[in-house]
Each structure stands twice: as structure tokens, then as C-alpha cells.
Design a protein around this ligand. Structure first.
Ligand code: HEM
Length: 661
């Protein structure tokens, strides 16, 4: 008998890994059974059946150590297990333990008498004439239903996902909050942990600052603006993002936190580093985002993509089809940021650029797998063995790197062009501009690009999605926004998409104070970054007298802060854009320590993309609401968020659009 080694490293390393792995497997099994509720949130395994089949060509039966199961392909053995000595091969603890919570003592989960009885009952039932006739009718009815769905899609020439198990895990399926916050101080264990922000907020109505224990983490959370100001500004130096070397936390957690987790994908980009490196990139990127040339260029890009988006919506409106608008916003914002950074058309909205679509997919998967590391304590072992989520991550980073480095190379080469040629190329994208200013290290540029895409894409897309959701729930506010767009642009009611887009000058956008207020109100209730975390570097006492210790994780709960009555008044839970406007209808900023959605001006580590994000969301919303009315496909449906780092709507947002008269 032989040993199957899935391309594992040398024997000593294997033995060492096996010892560590055993401990981690037990832990990670316990964790997955306890916390992970949706099967689709588990990362895709690295291809398994092909290597097994290849191996089976040589060894019909073999032992695979770290799977805990012996595998068999020899028909003689199969006959022996399934028939000759059937009684000796049960389903046993393995299946029962895994399946019984869902399936109870049903046929899949049990052996022996229980199994025999159920098998007889079910197989008798399935073969009666009445059941045969009935099931044939059911199959036919469902086949007809399926054909009708396909027919509808065919009429609109739309792609159909025919397998149906929608992998929205990639754009954000599954909630991980439960794993991160094992022990939020609530006794109501029966409540679903995917409502994590609700529990926290409920608790915060009584306790503005509190401690949330977890097996590994001592977490102090606050909603008090005075504490936020202290952490983000007054004693900023004492609250780090990345370097934990000074902090007495277990080795496993050293590097578990940001840098270790993020650096494979984001390298030394702004999100993953502190100190000098961070300061330099922050300066470079924030200078770039605010130059006139980049501002003009980005406005053109936003408008072009808003028009594309509106055309897709127009097609769906013609067929009276539901639109999953979250996915569309994700594509539109990715196309825009890539065009502004790299000057190329990714075109994921129309799917015309094959290489671009491959990059977009790889980026989504790599992001998902990177963030999964926050809840998967065995990720380092997996990376070492190149298996599971880590194999997937490595594979997709390779695709991303090929794409980005290739573009940088092309750009460096065009750098040798003559003045006239350069002028003809009109290099307005950020990478071309950085190359001109002597930032030519491809690795530096790659890391910066990926960080800016990560920072600017999901945040903007999720804000747009919640905004449309809020407007569907409050049709009178939707009408007010549409009315403002018409007035600010002086357009006729019958203007077409292109005319609306063309009319959106800086001055017109500036006049849209109510739209600005409605977007801010969306961010107050549904902040794209709902919880922000840092690490305390030395014992400290906060303005409200709460003590924090060196090594404590500390966080301010942006979602909770947006809903506190003591901060926003008795109507804190209501969506009311007017709260942001003064008596002249002009937008009023709130204190950045109270409205923390952007970290704006709240300290050195602020969002440098705030104006950029408002410009993009305002342009897209003005085009869409200038041309269409939106309704939820299921009007009574209540949207739920995903408890992840970004804040998407679970399952997407289905809307129907109709043209404005
Ligand atoms: C609605 C949209 C957005 C929201 C709500 C948002 C929010 C935030 C927040 C809360 C932070 C602080 C994160 C932390 O403490 O680690 C942040 C950082 C950052 N944001 Fe944004 N952001 C948005 C859009 C953008 C856009 C469009 C860009 C760029 C194109 C951008 C670039 C950045 C960068 C580079 C940082 C890191 C700053 C640093 O570490 O010094 N953001 N953002």
C-alpha cells in the first residue's frame, strides 16, 4: 500500500506539518461546525478528484493520511465493502456527527436498524404506481417552468446561470461575524449571528463602551465620539494597524493581523503598511486623486460608465425584467477605478474584454480568499501546503500579477515614446502620471494599484446599492432626488440618457445638495466599513474612563454610532436626508468623530477617496434617477447585510426599473 501525497514538500516537513495540522484540523473542524452556517461560504477546494484519479491509475487502493479516510477504486473492494461485508462498513461517527444537526436521524445519517427501516419505507413509496405518476407530473410541471425562465432570458438575449447554485460567495456570500466575535456579551444565543451589527447596536444603546471576549481576542468596542477622537487623533500613535511585535499576544496572532494577511495580495500597498511606507503612498495617492487632470478624467470615466449602466437597465426595463443591481454596481465601479488607474477598458459590464474579465474574476476570488484568512486560523498551514483556499489564492494572484505587470510594462515602454506620441496618447491615468514623475518600480506600482482598487471599489458599490434600496423603501425621497436632478441640470422631462449624462457638470453636481444628503444618510445607516479595528500598543485610559490594555483590540462601531439616539435624536433609525441640510437647504458636515463612515478628518489615517467617492456616486445616481424610477422586485422584502469586512446586501438587490416620463 502506498501513501498519497498531494505534491507535498519533503518528508521531515510533512511530519512536522502533520503534527501541527492535527491540532489545527481539530480546531478548524470545531470552528466550522460551530460557526459556519452556509455551505456556500466555505472556500472552493483545490481540484481534488483529478489528482485522486491520476493517483488511482497507479494505485487502486491507497491511504491518504490527512483526509482521515482510506480511498478505494478497485471494483472488487467496492463490492466487498458495499455487499459482501456490508455489515462491517457503516457510516459511523463521521457522517452522523456532521449531518445529524440538519438531518436528525434520517436515512443519510444513520446505520443499522434505523437505516433499514427508513430505506424500506422510502423505497416502497418511491416505486408505487401512484408515486410514479405523481412524480412524473411534478417533473413535467417544473421542466415547463424552467423552460419559461429560459425563454424569457432568450427573448432578452441574456445569459442564464443554469446550474443555479449561485456562487455569490465570491461577491460576498456568507457571514463571518460569528467567527470573529465568538462571545459578544449577549445571552441570546438563539439569535442569528449574521445579525451581528444589530446585537452590537442593541447592546450599545445601554453601553457606549464595552468589552467583547473571544477565545483569542480581548476586544474593546466604543460608540462614544470622545473615545473615537482620542483613538484616531489625540493618541493616534498608541493605536496601530499593522505592527504587533510590541504586543504580548500569541505567536499565532502575530502576523495574523493585517500585514501577514494582506501582504500576499496587496504587497506593501497603503492598506497593509504603517510608518514611512504608508506616509509616502498616502501622499502620492492623495495628491494624484486631487489633481485637476485626474478629476476631469475620472468624471468623464464615471459618466461613460453611468451611461453604460443605464443602457443595461434600459434593456431590462424594456423586457420588464428584474435587475440584480448590486452586481452591476460592482462591475461599474471596478471598470471605472481600473480605467482611472491604468487607462484601460476592463469592460466587465459588457464582458467584451476577455483578459479584463479574467482579471476581474481573479481579483474577486483573491479578495475573498484573503479576507477568509481573518477567520481561518489554519491559513498559514494551508499556504505552506498550497491547498484549499490558499491554493486558490495563489492561483488567482498569479493571474492578477500577470495582468497588472504586463500593463505596467507596456506603460513603461510607451514612456520611451516621443513628445508627439505621448500627447496623442493623452496619458491621464494615474499610473502613467506616476511613471512620468519617476515612480518606476513595478512592484511599488502594482501594490499601490491593487490597494486603491480594494479601497475604492466595494465601498462605493455597496453605498450605491443601499442607496437604491433606501430610495425604493422611501418613494417620496426618490421623487425628491429625481426632481433635484432635473432642476440642477435644467433638463426637459423627455431627455435621453446621453443628454442627462452630458448635463452633469461640476456646477450641476454642486447644486445637488439633497442627493448629497441622501447619500450621507445612506452611509450613516449602512456604512461601507461598519466596524473599524486597531490594536492598543500601551495601557491607556479613554476619555470615558474605560481602561484598555496593551494588546487589546479596539474598535469603533460605525454602524452602531449611526443609530444611537444620543447622537442623532429620537428618529435615529429613520432615513431622513433632511437632517443633513440647514434652513437654506445646504448640506452641513457632521463632526467626523460622530459620522465616522470615512474616518474623514478624524485623524491621520483618513479615507483619501471621500470626494472621489461622492463624485462617482452622485454622477451614477443622477444619471440613473434622472432616467428611471426604481421599485424593489419584491416590495416587502427587507434587505440583510453580510457580516463581512465590506457591507454588501446578502443575495444582492433585485429591482425593476421603469423609464421616467
Ligand atoms: C463610499 C465610499 C468609501 C468609504 C465609505 C470609505 C471609507 C474608508 C474608511 C473608513 C477608511 C479608513 C480605513 C482604516 O481605518 O483602515 C478608508 C481608507 C482609505 N480609503 Fe476609503 N472609502 C470609500 C471610498 C474610497 C475610494 C473611492 C478610494 C480611492 C479611490 C478610497 C481610498 C482609501 C484609501 C487609500 C484608504 C487608506 C488610507 C490610509 O490607510 O491612510 N476610499 N476609507
Amino acid at each position: 500500500m502506498d501513501v498519497l501525497s498531494f505534491a507535498l514538500p519533503p518528508p521531515i516537513a510533512i511530519s512536522l506539518a502533520a503534527v501541527i495540522l492535527t491540532a489545527l484540523v481539530i480546531r478548524s473542524r470545531a470552528r466550522s461546525l460551530k460557526f459556519l452556517k452556509h455551505p456556500h461560504q466555505l472556500p472552493e477546494a483545490a481540484p481534488l478528484h483529478d489528482p485522486m484519479t491520476e493517483f488511482a491509475h497507479k494505485q487502486k487502493t491507497y491511504r491518504a493520511y490527512n483526509v482521515l479516510i482510506d480511498n478505494v477504486t478497485d471494483p472488487a473492494n467496492v463490492e466487498y465493502i458495499l455487499k459482501t461485508n456490508f455489515a462491517n462498513h457503516g457510516k459511523g461517527w463521521y457522517h452522523y456527527g456532521i449531518l445529524s444537526d440538519v438531518l436528525g436521524d434520517r436515512i443519510f445519517a444513520v446505520d443499522g436498524e434505523k437505516w433499514l427501516h427508513q430505506k424500506k419505507v422510502s423505497s416502497n413509496e418511491l416505486t408505487t404506481k401512484i408515486m410514479k405518476d405523481f412524480s412524473s407530473t411534478v417533473f413535467k410541471t417544473h421542466a415547463a417552468k424552467l423552460a419559461r425562465i429560459i425563454s424569457e432570458a432568450a427573448t432578452c438575449n441574456k445569459a442564464i446561470e443554469i446550474q443555479e447554485r449561485k456562487r455569490d460567495g465570491i461577491s460576498g456570500g456568507g457571514n463571518w461575524g460569528s467567527t470573529i466575535f465568538g462571545l459578544i456579551p449577549t445571552r441570546r444565543k438563539e439569535r442569528r449571528m449574521d445579525e451581528l451589527h444589530h446585537y452590537m447596536t442593541e447592546f450599545e444603546h445601554k453601553h457606549r463602551t464595552y468589552r467583547a471576549y473571544n477565545v483569542l481576542i480581548d476586544y474593546v468596542v466604543t460608540t462614544d465620539p470622545a473615545n473615537v477622537e482620542y483613538i484616531l487623533k489625540t493618541n493616534f500613535a498608541n493605536y496601530g494597524k499593522v505592527h504587533l511585535k510590541e504586543v504580548p499576544i500569541p505567536d499565532l496572532l502575530q502576523g495574523w493581523y493585517h500585514y501577514g494577511i494582506l501582504s500576499d495580495l496587496l504587497g506593501d500597498g497603503i492598506f497593509a503598511v504603517d510608518g514611512e511606507k504608508w506616509l509616502h503612498q498616502k501622499k502620492v495617492s492623495s495628491n494624484e486623486l486631487t489633481t485637476k487632470i485626474v478629476k476631469d478624467f475620472s468624471s468623464t470615466v464615471f459618466k461613460t460608465n453611468a451611461v453604460k449602466l443605464a443602457r443595461i437597465i434600459s434593456e431590462a426595463a424594456t423586457c420588464n425584467k428584474a435587475i440584480e443591481i448590486q452586481e452591476l454596481f460592482m462591475k461599474a465601479t471596478l471598470d471605472s477605478i481600473v480605467k482611472i488607474l491604468l487607462g484601460i477598458e476592463l469592460d466587465t459590464m459588457d464582458g467584451t474584454n476577455e483578459e479584463g474579465t479574467r482579471f476581474a474574476h481573479a481579483f474577486d476570488v483573491a479578495n475573498e480568499m484573503t479576507i477568509y484568512r481573518y477567520v481561518d486560523f489554519s491559513w498559514k498551514i494551508k499556504r505552506f501546503l498550497n491547498i484549499g483556499s490558499e491554493a486558490l489564492l495563489r492561483k488567482n494572484i498569479k493571474v492578477i500579477d500577470q495582468f497588472v505587470y504586463n500593463l505596467i510594462k507596456i506603460k513603461i515602454e510607451t514612456d520611451n515614446l516621443s513628445e508627439d506620441e505621448l500627447l496623442a496618447l493623452k496619458k491621464q491615468d494615474i499610473i502613467s502620471r506616476l511613471l512620468e514623475s519617476q515612480e518606476t518600480d513595478p512592484k511599488y506600482l502594482r501594490d499601490l494599484i491593487l490597494c486603491l482598487i480594494s479601497a475604492g471599489r466595494d465601498t462605493t458599490a455597496s453605498t450605491l446599492t443601499w442607496f437604491i434600496y433606501m430610495l425604493c423603501k422611501h418613494p417620496h425621497i426618490q421623487e425628491k432626488v429625481a426632481q433635484e436632478v432635473r432642476e440642477a441640470t435644467n433638463l426637459e422631462d423627455s431627455s435621453c440618457i446621453d443628454e442627462v449624462a452630458a448635463s452633469l457638470t461640476e456646477e450641476a453636481l454642486e447644486k445637488m445638495q439633497y442627493l448629497h444628503a441622501a447619500l450621507s444618510e445612506t452611509l450613516r445607516l449602512y456604512p461601507a466599513v461598519p466596524l473599524n479595528t486597531k490594536v492598543c500598543l500601551a495601557d491607556d485610559t479613554w476619555p470615558d474612563g474605560f481602561s484598555v490594555k496593551k494588546g487589546n483590540f479596539v474598535g469603533y462601531h460605525v454602524y452602531g454610532m449611526g443609530r444611537m439616539k444620543y447622537l442623532w435624536g429620537d428618529d435615529a433609525k429613520e432615513f431622513r436626508p433632511e437632517r443633513w441640510l440647514n434652513e437654506n437647504g445646504l448640506f452641513q458636515q457632521e463632526s467626523p468623530f460622530k459620522f465616522t463612515a470615512f474616518n474623514v478628518q478624524a485623524g491621520p489615517r483618513i479615507c483619501i477617496g471621500k470626494d472621489f467617492a461622492y463624485r462617482q456616486t452622485k454622477l451614477i445616481c443622477a444619471v440613473l434617477l434622472g432616467c428611471y424610477k426604481f421599485k424593489l422586485s419584491e416590495e416587502k422584502k427587507v434587505a440583510h447585510y453580510l457580516t463581512k469586512i465590506s457591507f454588501h446586501i446578502d443575495g444582492g438587490l433585485y429591482v425593476h426599473a421603469s423609464p421616467r416620463p
